[in-house]
Ligand binder design. Structure first.
Ligand SMILES: Cc1ncc(COP(=O)(O)O)c(C=O)c1O
Length: 445
């Protein structure tokens, strides 16, 4: 029986729910990434490192809502903070001390980088507002982004995220700006220049091409949405220097890695200081919260201090602030990151050992508490190299792992696996056992 057949045999209630949901909701899912043929897994419960589907199947979860659930599922400390706040109200549309408390905690983690911060409801609002702020600050139009990087589904950044057919990608040194959705205006691609990760010459060429018009560069300091790809030594420093020399705003999109790959995210880990940082996921403790923050002179351009408008009914809502505060101050202490990195290193080393022993053309990458496995032999330095991943093998891997009680990573080959504060050595032992079985089976076929 194939792994997909095993999946359908084990999940009849999920199949039935899909039949109901797909008539109500496009694809039966809240976000396109949640869809997976033949039908997605519908979840009923979660705790710690585990989730349960409607059919009662238990899984060790390394997707963790695309790395957001850094404290683990239903963390009791965060649940208590949410309950306590819920008793006092969930939305006021008026400021609270909780937002200042969370702002102070985030700023403590990003010293001399985040002087001021504004909370949003999601990562995409943080990135779309950050690029607006870069344009407002410079009076320029063009934003430079990295090919294969995802910064949320906003029109100007739904460009060259990897969705277009390969024939449309353009040359290696000067990738095309491809529209990744119907309904985008031509301005989205016209004013979004695309370069490859780890290619400073390409970025310099983009600045030359858009002479004097680059408002900012938005970059994931370590890629996590086009394969997990760490920056080459000196690359981020070179990006910093180039943007500084050119008077462009450097935005680190730390929605996924912020307060996750280190207490102070990528800024702490790589030691390069951007002008703006976008955050979400970890800072909300599992409740929808995002943020953009950075240099005071930029943040003072935000309304009501300056001319760049930023609104949101749900911004800095007390529920999200309470959950985020509990997560960052009570769960994600400095020693937690060390422990989570130790476990992540066990996963990565274990995967590498299995791949080596079985002689499989695959590679494993790791950035402290998260990592990736790609079914291509060479470690990628950019999205094009990562996209050599054998996607069909990856599908087998996904369903094989699911059939053995492990959600191995986010639900696409270009996603990451991540460790939460709730994962244990036993989880890792079991995961590696299953990985070996599944990879052996797939590559024997
Ligand atoms: C790097 C990065 N930026 C932005 C986003 C968009 O965040 P959200 O889904 O909260 O809108 C994501 C989502 O995964 C992300 O990984």
């Amino acid at each position: 029986m194939s792994y997909v057949d095993e999946y359908t045999k084990r999940t009849p209630k999920c199949a039935a729910e899909y039949e109901r949901a797909r008539k109500l909701i496009p694809g039966g899912v809240g976000s396109a990434i949640q869809f997976k043929a033949p039908y997605p897994l519908y979840l009923a419960d979660s705790r710690g490192s585990r989730v349960w589907d409607l059919d009662g199947n238990e899984y060790i979860d390394y997707s963790l809502c695309y790395a957001a659930m850094v404290a683990g599922h239903a963390n009791p400390i965060i649940a208590e903070a949410i309950r306590k706040q819920a008793d006092h109200g969930t939305l006021y549309g008026m400021p609270t001390t909780l937002a200042s408390d969370l702002a102070e905690e985030v700023m403590r983690r990003y010293p001399k980088v985040i002087d001021m911060i504004r909370f949003t409801q999601s990562g995409v609002e943080a990135t779309q507002t950050a690029i607006r702020l870069a344009r407002a600050a410079t009076g320029r139009k063009t934003i430079v982004k990295i090919e294969g990087s995802y910064h949320g589904g906003t029109d100007h950044l739904l460009v060259s995220t990897g969705g277009a057919p390969k024939e449309e990608w353009g040359s290696d040194d000067s990738p095309n700006s491809t529209a990744d959705s119907a309904g985008l205006l031509p301005a989205s691609t016209e004013f979004t220049a695309v370069v490859q990760f780890n290619d400073i010459d390409g970025m310099r060429a983009a600045f030359d091409h858009h002479d004097g018009d680059v408002a900012g560069v938005i970059i994931e300091p370590a890629m996590t949405n086009g394969g997990v790809i760490p920056p080459k030594s000196g690359y981020l420093e070179a990006v910093r220097k180039l943007t500084q020399d050119e008077g462009a705003v450097l935005i680190f999109d730390e929605v996924k890695v912020g307060c996750r790959i280190a207490e102070g995210g990528a800024v702490e880990l790589f030691g390069v200081k951007p002008d703006l940082v976008t955050l979400a996921k970890a800072i909300g403790g599992g409740v929808p919260v995002g943020a953009f923050g950075g240099k005071r002179e930029l943040m003072e351009l935000v309304t009501p201090l300056g001319p760049m408008v930023h609104f949101g009914t749900y911004n800095a809502n007390p529920l999200g602030m309470a959950a985020g505060l509990a997560c960052l101050t009570k769960v994600m202490t400095r020693d937690r990151y060390e422990e989570m990195t130790r476990l992540a290193t066990r996963v990565a080393d274990g995967q590498r050992k299995i791949v080596g022993a079985l002689g499989i053309p695959a590679c494993v990458t790791q950035v402290t508490t998260l990592g990736g496995i790609l079914f291509t032999p060479d470690e990628p330095s950019n999205f094009r190299e990562a996209a050599k991943c054998d996607a069909a093998r990856w599908e087998d891997y996904w369903f094989g792992m699911l059939s053995n009680g492990v959600i191995p990573m986010g639900s696409a080959w270009f996603e990451e696996w991540s460790i939460s504060a709730a994962h244990t050595d036993d989880d890792v032992d079991r995961t590696l056992e299953v990985t070996e079985d599944v990879l052996r089976t797939i590559y024997a076929a």
